[in-house]
Design a protein around this ligand. Sequence first.
Ligand code: ADP
Length: 273
Amino acid sequence: AARLNRELEETNRGVVALYSELDQKAEQLRSASDMKSRFLSHMSHEFRTPLNSILALSRLLADGVDGELNREQQRQVEYIRRSAQGLLDMVNDLLDLAKVEAGKLDIRPTTFTVQELFAGLRGSLKPLLVNPAVDLLFDDPAGLPEVRADEQKLAQVLRNLISNALKFTQQGHVRVGARHDTAAGRIVFTVEDTGIGIAPEHLDTIFEEFEQVQGALQRGGTGLGLPLSRRLAQLMGGDVTVRSTPGAGSTFELFLPVRYGSFAAPPAQAEGA
Ligand code: ADP
């Protein structure tokens, strides 16, 4: 019995030592993750100021303050402007992601109609409508209830889904719709396109940071849009999902509780999937 006791005690000590080691490791991980968030947020802020100057100055240059630029110079200035804008987009996405991860992105809910939301989107997306072979269509959202959510973040997610759809569609349309899923107490926004589609093996990975399907890089973008969109949607109590037929098109769905803070059934459950 004495030996058994000793062995038990030893095992006990081993378990305690293991626990404290695990505790230490967890603490190390927490502080590493904190550091990563702080580093990201600091760098992003530091990057934004010079980028904004580059953008503003290249716009001035392009407008030709002092005499005209020749064609080649115009092309180069436009290249500078686009590169700076791309970097700024990436920095902003990184900053938002860091904030979400650090739990520092607040949801500021207001009440608004889907009509108002769509009208704002229509306006801000105009500069992206460069391909006359693709129509951007908004379904009439009449009859939908007022939504209580963070309108700015919701618009950010939808703008991202729509600009992706436009980017990956050569011809046809991008259609934005919304319906009320009364049973689940949520609004389902859809962004459907007739673009290149997404292979089944990529349907999950595109929601991970820096994941782009091969060939996507040439179209611009950072590989941060979808992960950020999904995090933002989840922060508002919703989610983003996708289904797609390669070569035919994709449909992204954004689920959102009609009223922020109220319960909405998770997509799979409500669909009976
Ligand atoms: P990116 O900045 O590259 O658009 P995202 O995170 O928004 O980053 O998207 C990740 C990848 O998912 C894209 O690079 C592309 O390969 C794929 N993707 C996203 N939306 C679509 C779409 N509507 N049609 C086809 N592929 C898409």
